[in-house]
Design a protein around this ligand. Structure first.
Ligand code: GTB
Length: 217
């Protein structure tokens, strides 16, 4: 059955791979599932046809036969459950990998999103300079904890899993801030994610939308 996802017609990040369709593309590449992409504008996202797929008028969405999904976490979980390669076979290890997916989205990503919002939308406020260090320190708190847990391991719990895919995707949003580099083991962890062939294919595919040129190779 054909899998179709939605992505920005023109991503505001200029093809840096930070929009959430990259996470879904990466998961599909890891499990070797071909997919099609329907590009949508900000206007189209708010129209009834797209809202029928995504009640909040956002990307990404996922369609496969009769199934339509929204929310990146749910989409990646669906892909990981149905295809080998992203979740371990052992039941307990599988539950732990799923726990890391939730941890990435519910515990690590919120302060990172808050930092992004502060930088993007609050720079002109009188209190910006005073608040920014507080927001940055909330990110550091989480990174301290995550860094301590990862230690010198390659991945969060044994072999690479959907938990790592989600955690690396979340941490990638920090790359331009410089904060990630304060944690060499986390920077190296993100680097290990970025060099995975599946991530590279996903990244190149989303970049090609922005540049209008087909992915190299
Ligand atoms: N919880 C949802 C999920 O995980 O799927 C959140 C989906 C979401 O935030 N979608 C964004 C969207 O559609 C795109 S990814 N926004 C349009 C709108 O709400 O009208 C978030 C995103 C956007 C831009 C950048 N960037 O420019 O760097 C990075 C990430």
């Amino acid at each position: 059955m054909t899998i179709t996802i939605t992505a920005f017609e023109r991503s505001p990040d200029g093809g840096k791979g930070l929009a959430r369709d990259t996470r879904v593309r990466w998961a599909l590449e890891e499990v070797g599932q071909p997919y099609e992409v329907r590009l949508v504008s900000f206007g189209t996202m708010k129209e009834p046809a797209h809202r029928a797929l995504h009640p909040f008028g956002q990307i990404p969405t996922y369609e496969e036969g009769d199934l339509a999904l929204f929310e990146t976490g749910s989409i990646v979980f669906h892909i990981a459950e149905r295809h080998a390669g992203l979740l371990p076979g052992d039941a307990n290890a599988r539950s732990r990998a799923i726990t890391w997916m939730f941890a990435a989205l519910n515990t690590v990503e919120p302060p990172i999103l808050e930092l992004g919002t502060a930088r993007l939308l609050e720079g002109d406020k009188s209190w910006y300079e005073e608040r920014l260090p507080l927001v940055e320190d909330r990110v550091r708190d989480r990174l301290d904890q995550l860094s301590g847990r990862l230690g010198e391991a390659d991945w969060l719990d044994g072999a690479f899993s959907a938990g790592d895919l989600m955690m690396v995707s979340v941490l990638l949003r920090l790359k331009s801030s410089g904060i990630l580099d304060e944690y060499p083991n986390l920077a190296a962890y993100v680097g290990r994610g970025e060099v995975r062939p599946a991530y590279k294919r996903a990244f190149d595919a989303q970049l090609a939308v922005y540049t209008g040129k087909p992915p190299a190779g």
